[in-house]
Design a protein around this ligand. Sequence first.
Ligand SMILES: NC(=O)c1ccc[n+]([C@@H]2O[C@H](COP(=O)([O-])OP(=O)(O)OC[C@H]3O[C@@H](n4cnc5c(N)ncnc54)[C@H](O)[C@@H]3O)[C@@H](O)[C@H]2O)c1
Length: 463
Amino acid sequence: MPHEYKIASMPGDGIGPEVIDAALDVLDAVARYSGEFTLSFDNLLWGSDFYKATGTYLPSDGLETLKKYDAVLFGAVGAPDVPDSVSLWELLLTMRGSLQQYANVRPVKCLSSIEPVSRHVRPRDIDWMFVRENSEGEYAGQGGRTHSGFGWEVATEVAIFTRHGVRRIMRFAFETAASRPRKLLTVVTKSNAQRYGLVLWDEIAEEVSKEFPDVKWDKMLVDAMTVRMVRNPQSLDTIVGTNLHIDILSDLAAALAGSVGIAASANIDPTRKSPSMFEPVHGSAFDITGKGIANPLGAIWSSAMMLEWLGEKQGSMLVMNAIEKACAEGNTTGDLGGKLNTKQVTAAIISMLANPVRAYATGTTNVFPQFAEYGDFDNDLGLVNFEGGSLVMNVCSSRDNKHGHHSTTEVIGTKGRILVNGEPRILPVDISDEHGTRYLDQLDHMDHTDMFLPTFKAELARF
Ligand SMILES: NC(=O)c1ccc[n+]([C@@H]2O[C@H](COP(=O)([O-])OP(=O)(O)OC[C@H]3O[C@@H](n4cnc5c(N)ncnc54)[C@H](O)[C@@H]3O)[C@@H](O)[C@H]2O)c1
């Protein structure tokens, strides 16, 4: 029996409904094609129009209602005629806090054919996982105003760092880093200037690191971090920081990787006591609302994260592969330099799902630059596990390759390409995902030849 998931869909304001419509269409399609799960959606119209009509963003039983769902898919909140501090606090921050979604996870990587904006950054250099403390810190809501309206008015905004809150996000970040191939974590801080909260932050990072001896970690002041992201992006993998720091850094990251329109996020309750909430990073985007040109990828990518969190890893990977392939073939909106509108990009992704490559990646086992002699190319070779087997692939790492950069892979045999269903196939495969091994620089020094040559030959023999 396919598993059935109940999803609360909250499109919210501005371009929220446009991109959530797109995500729902893609989710419907992937559920249909995969046959392994079903999704039912309830549309909850809690946004600024609801606020203007009722005086509240969330109905009094809103949080209890949300708890009945397996997950929440959220668009954006914010309207020109409502102060941002009201809309953000009364809806988004209330949900994140009350549902104890204390880990905000934001993957950022360059998709095929999207050039990074900085000439210092090569597409393959950006494959980051941001972990943002999502329940306290600078957005704890502590503070107030006194002497309102007088010349000596005073306002305080107090950042809160609790041992419990910092420890749980550090553990989550170290676990996330440990689950990724590079096992590398950077702890963002500002403990030189903020000598109480962020000194505690640093101390707890140090304590928690002892539970994760396999994770290599370093510490970075947030100001220097911006420079490192631009100048030395390949030195980063998993990044953890406070509510405010990662809010800012992840927007910079998204812009470096192409556009804020592709940035996805998950508000996770790691205890699974409450539903987690998945949303594009961008806001309501008043300037393009109603024009039909919003980039839907951030919302669609977020829905892939939702499937993964629900345990539907293959469905999630199908969506990600379809996104990659659509981008590789130039099906993008204007913010990424393309000519398509929201609906056309969505249709392109759905058509990729409708005609999936029969074998799709479930992860990579390794990459072997040493085996270049087996191919007629000068890229690296990898072995990818597919449903129903493994294939040898050519990792197209050159920028001018028309199929894109490192995250596009080309399946090959010893001579020529592998035929899948009688046709040469280019498989868009994320080889640097959580199952994979980041494939280039850091592996070059390793000699896997003896260990993997028999596997490699056996896999070739299968085809
Ligand atoms: N999570 C959220 O709901 C969230 C996040 C950020 C901002 N906001 C709210 O949204 C409103 C507007 O905020 P803002 O202008 O600072 O940020 P924004 O993210 O809405 O827009 C910033 C810029 O990015 C562009 N952009 C954003 N998403 C895009 C997409 N999918 N495709 C193409 N271009 C895209 C916009 O056109 C705009 O030029 C405010 O009310 C703010 O409070 C909400």
